[in-house]
Design a protein around this ligand. Structure first.
Ligand code: GLU
Ligand code: ZN
Length: 298
């Protein structure tokens, strides 16, 4: 089977160093085995899109020399496919009229956020509310999976997460549904992404089962954290990657991924760095945890 990987940034801001690590890891997993690397813009949630960020993400990827295959897939253009998937879930999907306020008062919080205990499961006909979400009926069969890097994870989705939202009350499809439908549509064989998304994987595997899709292989590399333990992300205002030091930045992503790349003066161009990286990529060297060097940001 051909290796098809992907990078799927959300345009909620420009790429930060943590996103470049995700891009590099997924890129090299694909390119080192002559696979394809597809690009998908996860703009399904239109309230989170920051102006110009799609353009900036594409410019950054291009200027850093990542070469994607084929056309870019935009989730904002996939509504019909998501609706078809929802329709095909038939009775497994049901409307939920619970308000956020009601849920805040009534539900318990588990390790993965609040646990929805199926309040609306049986009131299928009672939807006079103008706004309702669609949830997916779950079950208490533990869903286990082997990650290529992390310890295997088992989740009893029904009791640990509950019936989760696949279409929101504002009519937007959820990340879980969109990602699963698109990974199948793009025939992704291998998902390589940060361990901050590990918890979502059982829900995505469950959705794949419900929709009769094939399951990709997963590799969750450890998400980079700053020394005070904070995740490197747009939310805590990580500095935007510096365009002037591209070679150095790519080398830093490689070293975060444990690849022990030679020093910068070993390379005369960015292309050289990529050639070295593709030839020498070894995913077994990815460390169990990543921390940022003391001088970050520099
Ligand atoms: N769009 C997600 C993000 O930017 C990635 C989703 C995924 O890789 O499954 O964090
Ligand atoms: Zn409900």
């Amino acid at each position: 089977m051909q290796y098809i990987g992907r990078f799927a940034p959300s345009p909620s801001g420009p790429l930060h160093f943590g996103s470049l690590i995700a891009a590099t890891a997924s890129y090299l997993c694909a390119k080192s085995v002559q696979g394809q690397w597809l690009l998908r813009i996860e703009d399904v949630d239109k309230f989170r899109i920051k102006k110009n960020s799609i353009k900036r993400i594409l410019q950054t990827l291009e200027s850093y020399g990542y070469q994607w295959n084929g056309d870019i897939l935009y989730q904002s253009q996939r509504t019909e496919a998501y609706q078809q998937a929802l329709d095909s879930l038939a009775e497994l999907a049901y409307p939920c009229t619970c308000t956020r306020k009601f849920l805040q008062r009534q539900v318990s919080i588990g390790a993965y956020g609040y646990i929805y205990p199926g309040f609306c499961r049986e009131q299928i006909s009672n939807i006079d509310s103008p706004q309702f979400a669609m949830r997916l009926r779950t079950n208490n069969k533990p869903l286990c999976f082997e990650d290529s890097l992390q310890e295997s994870l088992c989740q009893d989705i029904e009791t640990e997460v509950g019936d989760f939202i696949i279409k929101r009350s504002d009519a937007m499809f959820s990340y879980q549904l969109a990602v699963v439908v698109d990974d199948a549509y793009q025939q992704i064989s291998d998902v390589v992404r940060g361990s901050d998304l590990l918890d979502n994987t059982p829900r995505q595997l469950y959705l794949q089962q419900c929709l009769g899709y094939q399951q990709p292989t997963y590799l969750h590399f450890p998400t980079a954290i700053t020394e005070d333990g904070k995740k490197l992300s747009k939310q805590n205002h990580s500095p935007e990657v510096d365009d002037a030091q591209k070679r150095q930045t790519i080398l830093r992503t490689l070293n975060f991924l444990g690849q022990q790349a030679p020093a910068i003066d070993h390379f005369s161009s960015l292309e050289d760095v990529w050639d070295w990286a593709i030839k020498n990529w070894n995913r077994d060297k990815i460390p169990a945890q990543m921390t940022l060097p003391e001088n970050y940001p520099d």
